[in-house]
Write a protein that binds this ligand. Structure first.
Ligand code: MOS
Length: 732
């Protein structure tokens, strides 16, 4: 096939659904207008661990409009079959709602009140009286017993550390972060006989479908999950949480469609979070800054009932060339709900530690931080003994240093001052796995020259609607306006979770495949049709542009899809596109990279940190949608500013209660906290990764932001803060 002209891909287009969103016409989970819907409100456990001894629902049920109060005392037993096709952690057992009297964490859903109005349900929930047999919960990561570690080793790190002329040994602590997307988690559930339809906030309609079907013991095709718009998620929608099960259960018990919207406070214990960590890292180096050893020990919180793990080990194994590496990763079960992936999961946390320690080493050796990193740049992935598909970190450093004005940085900390403000610059490297998974898409080209592309998928904000339309438009030879991409419905062809930065590579490759098939069908139809001006032309010589097929060399010779299909009495052409995922045994190591730069000002007397400007330079493969890619970088960096300086879920260890479960006390960056942000994507593609040449960019833009800021704070003040978030107190 002749390569198609690329008109939409690479163009800085605005979101195709932008108008719907800014005019409020894009329905989010709770906004679908379902006839006869009633309202559910969850009652949260007010102890951190123990047993429910009684639930008194009489006052609640006496209220007008009350339909049901469901709890462990009256709920039906649910099958809760295993669901391996999910993001449920493989270790442990998921929380089974209302199946027993146990309380496993503060805020656990222990009952649901269903009423005809939201107000009645809320009032009813406040009247449910619960008595407990309470125990003291264990919620402090630093005081609880850890599970057996997961280990990795190459060489002999202990011996290499003993003989290293220069050593760093530091322990870092990262606070728990909550996703806190704008849109609250919400579900509307509607049964029709044994068929369940839910409108849900989810990043994975297929995963929510399998979870509902396994929990209720239904065939998967009896459950339909609809989620066309998601108002941010950052990972919190990668799993089907108990509240979605509760909504479905409440709808089944009351025989009414039920809407359940989590309150902001309830998001803090009904959905996941980025786990807190305590992470000790030892570096050994020679006097020239060449690493000889790295030893990583990390403890991460998980729940008492599930063992959540994430990709925290990979950066330590492949980011820098080191012959001797050892790692021990221990989960610590606590009386909390189960964590989940949050933007740049694992990598962002590991990166804070490794990149802070590298900055400490650079300072100790008196070597420029970029130069230190260059000296440790590996020539292959030393954890897999595989070549990198592409690794352009050196270019990221060079471009970033030039663009940011790195030569203005003073090597000696606390040597630049403007009035009350100490000014500093820092940088960090970032890396994220190029994940890909099998995906499918269905393409239909209509006789009027329009096309519809369907894939289950999701668009929590990165711009999937737009970027997939770009891929389809070019492959079909149509304009953006004549292609409609639909997503967020489990009836559409299945796709992997919308997370781990894999949607463009996975879904995009399936869309590309299906559109190529349809274009081929049309070309075949034309060259075999005696009435077509393209009759007898070699199919290889035909391209399609603006809905018109023509020969490559003579654009005048051709015809439109519309005339071709109409004359041949074809209402449409159709194909199922597929992407099989990466090869079982890969011959390359696939990662996206960045160099992130920060300039901060720190008030010398108050310890306030202000980020002044940030720059990210990315090696993320081919960029399908430059405007949206830039938007992703702004979002990822903004999230990184939050992790670095503001975000901190605080637990009262006396009773396991989260004390700042609201957006007034849990701080996220607002516009005044977000400085001038610049993003540069290196021009290029990764031909080995996937048919589109993309590497994924949603996570890598976030990884490296927090350490770049921490390193800038050190450069400004001379204080090395090893705890996130970096607070004013830590700087005084
Ligand atoms: Mo992202 S944490 O993979 O939604």
């Amino acid at each position: 096939m002749s390569p198609q002209p690329q008109a939409a891909v690479g163009a800085p287009l605005s979101r195709v659904e932008g108008r719907l969103k800014v005019t409020g016409k894009a329905p989010y989970a709770a906004e679908h207008d379902i006839k006869g819907v009633v309202h559910a409100v969850i009652v949260d456990a007010s102890i951190g661990r123990g047993r429910i001894t009684s639930i008194d629902t009489r006052d609640a049920l006496a209220q007008p409009g009350m339909l049901a109060v469901i709890h462990h005392g009256n709920a039906p037993k649910l099958p809760y079959k295993d669901n391996p096709a999910s993001n449920n952690p493989p270790g442990g057992r998921r929380l089974r709602v209302f199946q027993d009297d146990k309380v496993l964490f503060h805020g656990q859903p222990i009952a649901v009140v269903v009423a005809t109005t939201l107000e009645a349900a809320q009032h009813g929930a406040s009247l449910v009286k619960v008595a407990y047999d309470a125990q003291k919960p264990s919620t402090d990561l630093t005081k609880a017993k850890a599970d057996k570690p997961t280990k990795y080793a190459r060489g002999d790190a202990a011996a290499a550390l003993r003989s290293a002329p220069v050593r760093i040994d530091a322990t870092y602590q990262m606070a728990r972060n909550h996703h806190n997307a704008m849109e609250p988690h919400a579900t509307i559930a509607h049964w029709s006989g044994n068929n369940l339809t839910v409108w849900d906030k989810t990043q994975w309609v297929v995963g929510t479908q399998t979870e509902l079907s396994t929990v209720f013991g239904l065939p998967a095709d009896s459950v339909r999950v609809i989620s066309p718009y998601v108002g941010g998620a950052f990972g919190s929608g990668l799993r089907c949480w108990p509240h979605t099960i509760i909504a479905a259960l409440a709808a089944r018990e009351t025989r009414r469609p039920v809407k359940l919207v989590l309150k902001r406070k309830q998001q803090y214990f009904n959905t996941g979070f980025r786990p807190s960590y305590e992470y000790r890292l030892k570096l050994g180096s020679n006097r020239q800054g060449r690493l000889t050893a790295m030893a990583h020990e990390m403890d991460a919180e998980t729940s008492s009932y599930e063992t959540f793990t994430e990709s925290i080990l990979m950066p330590g194994q492949m980011l820098y060339s080191t012959p001797n590496v050892c790692q021990a990763y221990r989960t610590v079960p606590l009386d909390v709900n189960t964590p989940l992936y949050m933007r740049g999961p694992g990598f962002a946390t590991a990166s804070f530690v490794i990149e802070s320690a590298m900055d400490e080493l650079a300072a100790k050796l008196g070597i420029d931080p970029i130069e230190l990193r260059r000296r440790n740049e590996p020539s292959e992935d030393e954890s897999k003994n595989l070549p990198f598909s592409t690794r352009r970190l050196r270019e990221c450093y060079t471009t970033g240093a030039r663009q940011f004005g790195w030569d203005q940085r003073r090597a000696k900390p606390r040597s630049r001052r403007e009035g009350d403000w100490l000014i500093g610059m820092g940088m960090a490297a970032g890396v994220y796995d190029t994940a890909r998974m099998p995906a499918q898409a269905r393409i239909r080209l209509n006789a009027d020259g329009t096309a519809v592309v369907d894939a289950a998928a999701s668009d929590m904000g990165p711009g999937t609607y737009t970027s997939q339309t770009q891929v389809a438009a070019d492959a079909l030879g149509l304009t953006m306006r004549t292609v409609t991409f639909r997503l967020g419905d489990s009836l559409f062809p299945p796709t992997p979770p919308h997370g781990g930065s894999m949607t463009m590579a996975s879904v995009g490759s399936a869309v590309l495949d299906g559109c190529n098939q349809v274009r081929r069908q049309a070309i075949k139809l034309a060259v075999e049709d005696r009435q077509s001006p393209l009759y007898g032309v070699d199919a290889e010589d035909i391209v399609v542009r603006g809905g018109r097929l023509h020969t490559k060399d003579n654009p005048a010779r051709g015809e439109t899809y519309k005339s071709l299909l109409t004359r041949n009495r074809r209402s449409h052409l159709e194909a199922d596109g597929a992407y099989a995922g990466p090869a079982a045994k890969e011959r390359h190591s696939f990662y996206a990279y960045n160099a992130t730069f920060a300039e901060v000002a720190v008030d010398a007397t108050l310890g306030l940190v202000r980020v002044r400007r940030m720059l990210g330079v990315y090696d993320a493969g081919r960029i399908i949608s430059p405007k949206l890619a830039e938007s992703q970088a702004i979002g990822g960096i903004t999230g990184g500013i939050g992790t670095a300086l503001l975000e901190h879920t605080v637990t009262d260890h006396r009773d396991g209660r989260i004390v700042n479960a609201n957006l007034a006390d849990y701080l996220v960056p607002v516009n005044a906290d977000v400085p001038d942000i610049q993003a540069i994507y290196l021009d290029g593609e990764d031909r080995e990764a996937d048919p589109l040449g993309v590497k994924g960019l949603g996570e890598v833009v976030h990884v490296g932001v927090a350490p770049a800021i921490a390193n800038a704070v050190f450069n400004a003040t001379g204080h090395r803060v090893r705890q996130l978030p970096i607070t004013a107190e830590a700087l005084l």
